[in-house]
Design a protein around this ligand. Structure first.
Ligand code: SF4
Ligand code: SF4
Length: 119
């Protein structure tokens, strides 16, 4: 989930793509679905049928995974295919959303200077 947005002033993402290969859901909000579908020039129903699955808790939708577990939107060039409109969860990592132990898996964490509520 590479993040170079202004909302991440203290997290210098190295764009390694590791967080796009982590296990688990890439959760989608209703707004995410609308914006991403439009970006891909798809009807929302087509986007959902092509790129989404139920979250593991069955309470919402997630992007599906490639066979190797990486996010379906991670391209062969190691870049996010929907970078300008990537999901809220991706944009929020790691400042507003993260999980225990993320620091050991993100090579940029050495530059981390704040908690999840600093911006
Ligand atoms: S949507 Fe993009 S940034 Fe988010 S996990 Fe998938 S490839 Fe990474
Ligand atoms: S694991 Fe960390 S450094 Fe690598 S792309 Fe994700 S946020 Fe950036």
């Amino acid at each position: 989930m590479p993040d170079d947005s202004p909302a991440s002033p203290v997290h210098a993402c190295l764009r390694c793509g590791a967080c796009c290969r982590w296990e688990g859901d890439v959760c989608l909000t209703e707004a995410d679905i609308s914006v991403i579908a439009a970006f891909l020039r798809l009807e929302e129903e087509e986007f959902i049928n092509t790129y989404c699955r139920l979250q593991r808790n069955r309470r919402g939708l997630s992007l599906i995974d490639h066979a190797d577990g990486s996010c379906i939107m991670l391209g062969a060039d190691n870049a996010c295919r929907i970078q300008p409109v990537k999901p809220r969860q991706c944009r929020d990592f790691p400042l507003r959303w993260n999980f225990p132990g993320w620091e050991s898996r993100c090579p940029a964490s050495a530059n981390w200077k704040g908690g999840a509520d600093v911006c």
